[in-house]
Design a protein around this ligand. Structure first.
Ligand SMILES: C[S@@+](CC[C@H](N)C(=O)[O-])C[C@H]1O[C@@H](n2cnc3c(N)ncnc32)[C@H](O)[C@@H]1O
Length: 200
């Protein structure tokens, strides 16, 4: 007979590593989820990436590497990736779990500086696992416009657990950004919607 906590474990943790839940307990708004995204959401998040388009693919807020793994499977050349994570505990996990991924420890709000430091002059797609909904408006603007200005026509791919865009469409329009729902994943806990943001 399992103890109650053991019965809960598989529901709360999709891995045997409790770090995600522990980081969420410490910084709930910075982490934004209690478990890493599942495989179905990870695949759906990477689907809008057009590898034929020139430029780098940037992942923001990689956590334990759920999206990173799919990106690495699909990238024609992993040198075209840059995986950004701000939290030092998650960053150390990424170094262990996806050692061959090009990783950068830093804040997504400082993306132009991070790109310059890594010699990246053009971005084609941005895959964001960031808890953008819980961020202050000015940080949302810095992250989204900073990423969209890093290439001629990049797509910023963002998931959210609500039906609506995590940033109001009126705000996005003010910032010169157009938005469309570009995916829905029922097979995730909780189900998730995917938004694609582009320059208007
Ligand atoms: C909801 S978790 C998503 C992790 C992973 N992409 C997934 O879906 O399983 C959000 C991640 O974004 C990171 N993060 C939050 N704010 C950030 C920022 N400003 N810059 C970079 N990473 C950030 C957190 O540390 C955390 O790893």
């Amino acid at each position: 007979m399992l103890e109650p906590i053991q019965r809960l474990r598989p529901k709360l943790l999709s891995t045997d590593d409790p770090v995600f839940l522990l980081r969420w307990l410490r910084h709930p708004t910075r982490v934004g989820a209690v478990t890493p995204s599942g495989r179905a959401l990870s695949q759906a998040m990477v689907r809008p990436v057009d590898w034929a388009k020139p430029g780098h693919v940037i992942e923001l807020g990689a956590g334990m590497g759920a999206f990173t793994r799919v990106l690495m499977e699909q990238a024609p050349n992993i040198e075209r990736l840059l995986v950004v994570e701000r939290d030092p505990v998650f960053f150390a996990r990424l170094q262990r779990r996806v050692p061959s991924a090009p990783l950068a420890m830093g804040d997504a709000a400082d993306l132009p500086e991070l790109l310059a430091r890594h010699g990246i002059s053009e971005v084609g797609s941005i895959v964001s696992g960031l808890p953008i909904l819980s961020m202050p408006r000015d940080i949302q603007r810095r992250i989204i416009t900073g990423a969209l200005n890093a290439g001629p026509d990049p797509v910023f791919i963002q998931f959210t657990y609500g039906f609506r865009s995590p940033v109001p469409l009126s705000k996005l329009a003010e910032w010169g950004v157009k938005a469309e729902r570009c995916g829905f994943v029922a097979m995730n806990v909780p189900p998730a919607w995917i938004w694609c943001y582009r320059k208007a």
